[in-house]
Each structure stands twice: as structure tokens, then as C-alpha cells.
Design a protein around this ligand. Sequence first.
Ligand SMILES: NC(=O)c1ccc[n+]([C@@H]2O[C@H](COP(=O)([O-])OP(=O)(O)OC[C@H]3O[C@@H](n4cnc5c(N)ncnc54)[C@H](O)[C@@H]3O)[C@@H](O)[C@H]2O)c1
Length: 256
Amino acid sequence: MTELRGRTVIVTGGARGIGAAAARTAVASGARVLLTDVREDEGRAAAGELGESARFVRHDVTSEDDWRRAVDFAVTAFGRVDGLVNNAGISGGSHFLEEQSPEAFRHVLDVDLTGVFLGMRAVIPAMRENGGGSIVNVSSAAGLIGLARTAAYGAAKWGVRGLTKLGAVELAADRIRVNSVHPGMIHTPMTAHVGIERGEGKYPNTPMGRVGEPREIARAIAFLLSDAASYVTGAELAVDGGWTTGPTIRPTEENP
Ligand SMILES: NC(=O)c1ccc[n+]([C@@H]2O[C@H](COP(=O)([O-])OP(=O)(O)OC[C@H]3O[C@@H](n4cnc5c(N)ncnc54)[C@H](O)[C@@H]3O)[C@@H](O)[C@H]2O)c1
């Protein structure tokens, strides 16, 4: 199991889906976790399930003041901040470029990209004080390839990948590692409307033929937070069943 004993981690969007799973895995690995979200009831419930090692604070990632409060809360509750999982995000719906409204485009960028930027900025002083840290930015398969009908989301997620790279370069001297995780199609409330069933063979878009589970992203996040990834920075880790490796063509006898 990944070792996170003695570490304090902030997980944004921790009320449900990938964020809740990331918090659960981090606590199971020995970390103390501050879950944050705009969904107060779900966030408190998710933290409550994790016992004494977890707390919740309401936090809108687009607000600089909220970021200040969240970091202060973590330091007051747990004494330090070693890890940040910039996970909160919205899909903004599915629109062709031509149909994407500029207002909605800006809103998605505000949450999915500016929120990550504000988070990186907000934790630097606390991490510096500890002599280092690890920031994991949750991008997407849509941040690795051009996915149709994701003009805003795709732009934001490519932006997150870029911020990760330059953050890794700028912060290496402070021993702060910065990496991005790129989930494929994962079974969470965000993707519920797509109606894809879970199970082997139910999602032929990926070579592995199935959607992923939040815990499978959570394990990748925990790895990047931990010292097991001590020489990993600026990396992009696709956790997508092979979706972004290329066109999904399964060899057959007729077409080997
Ligand atoms: N589910 C997938 O297939 C998938 C694929 C690739 C990437 N991702 C990314 O993973 C992350 C988590 O997605 P998920 O599937 O768990 O989604 P989700 O909708 O289940 O959870 C996202 C959480 O973020 C919170 N949130 C939204 N706006 C916020 C804001 N302004 N401030 C604070 N919290 C806010 C929501 O309240 C929610 O609890 C997102 O960044 C998403 O883009 C998901």
C-alpha cells in the first residue's frame, strides 16, 4: 500500500466521485485529509465516513478568499499541508465548438483551470515551510487528445496539463513536485448522464473495454502524493484503460 503516514492532504471536489475516492484512499494510506467542496451536505458526510483523520470545509475553488481559508483550516486542524489534489471540476456539458456559448466557456475555464491555478498558488507557502510537497492536478483524457464536443472542458484540461509542467519546473527548487492525472471514462456522478454500463466489454471505446472506477484514479493520485513518486515531477499519468494510446482497433482473425 502507498505510504502517506504523517502527511496532510487537501482534496478539492471531495464530496463525491473521484475526489471522495482520493480522500478515502489517502486516509487508508495514513494521511489526514481536508475535503473541500461547494456541496456542503455531501462533503460533510464524505468526511464523516473517514473519521478523525478527515475534515470538511466549504470551498469554491474559483475564490481566492476561499483558498486562503481552506489552507488556513488545514494548517489549524492538522498543522501542515503536504499534498494538494486539485480535483474539483465541472464538465460544462457537451457542445460543438460552434454551439459553445462564450459565457459557458469562460465559466468552465474559471472552475477547471483558474481553480487549479489558484490552488497551486495558495499551497506554495505552506509546502515551502515543510520543505516540500506534492501537487496532483486532475486533468482528463480530454487534456491529452482532441475530444469532439469538449471545447471548454478540453481547453481547460489542456491548460491544467500545461500549468502542471511549468509548475514542476518553477517549484522543483522548493522540492514541490507537480504532476497531472488524466482519467478516461470513470463511473461517477459527472458521467452518470452518459448511461454507460459498468463491466467488462461494456465500453468498447477503450482497449480495456470497460469504464474505470474512482478508486482506480485514487490509487494513481496516492502514488503521486507519496514518496514512491519521489523522482516524478511534470509527468502526465493517463489512467484511462488505454483510451488515449490511439484508435481502438481490436485485431480479429480477418483483420489481424
Ligand atoms: N468522471 C470522469 O469520467 C472524468 C474523466 C476525466 C476527468 N475527470 C475529472 O475528475 C475530476 C472529478 O470528477 P468526477 O467525475 O468525480 O465529478 P463529480 O461531478 O462527481 O465531482 C466533482 C466535484 O467537484 C465539485 N465542484 C464543482 N465545482 C466546484 C467549485 N467551483 N468549487 C469546489 N468544488 C466544486 C462538485 O460539487 C463535485 O462534488 C474533475 O476535475 C473531472 O473533470 C473526470
